[in-house]
Design a protein around this ligand. Structure first.
Ligand SMILES: [Zn+2]
Length: 161
């Protein structure tokens, strides 16, 4: 096991997570991807909004379960941000600021066009180029983090040692 079980990390004041699993796993994002996430969080926080991350790294079993076609989460170079709690003004400025600043390192489509941020209906999918791919995390780590999630669901709070 990578950490003691059960395990608790304090909440962050500049970033919220939909799932405890991602609070535990987001540090396994590619370093550039992680830096981008923190930079985005700082950007929106300066505008009075704390980002909620809804997804970070994935596992092969999870991608199969979700029927994901893209491997950007699996290869640790993507994360998702909730949009429904964000004002249109903050959302637009975030997309504009980062799409411009980091346009060259966004994931490329088959035609070779780079796209850093994809605005899905419920979230922003932020994705880096394949160049930033990392080996997927182990299923053991994924299962461990998922178990922490279940512990919290079952008990209504995070268990502490
Ligand atoms: Zn995504």
């Amino acid at each position: 096991m990578p950490y003691r079980d059960p395990f608790h990390l304090q909440d962050l004041d500049y970033l919220k997570f939909k799932h405890v699993r991602d609070r535990l796993l987001f540090i396994h994002l590619n370093p550039v991807c992680l830096k981008l996430l923190i930079e985005m969080a700082n950007y929106t926080k300066s505008k009075g909004h704390v980002l909620t991350v809804t997804s970070t790294v994935s596992s092969l079993s999870e991608d199969k379960r979700l029927g994901r076609v893209s491997d950007t989460h699996l290869t640790r170079r993507a994360f998702d941000i909730r949009t429904r709690d964000m004002s249109e003004r903050v959302l637009d400025s975030l997309v504009e600021e980062f799409s411009t600043k980091y346009s060259s390192i966004g994931a490329k489509n088959l035609k070779g066009d780079s796209r850093l941020i994809v605005n899905e209906s419920t979230h922003l999918h932020v994705q880096l180029d394949r160049l930033f791919s990392e080996q997927p995390i182990s299923e053991t780590l994924w299962n461990w983090a998922t178990k922490q999630l279940n512990n919290r669901r079952n008990s209504g709070k995070i268990l502490r040692n």
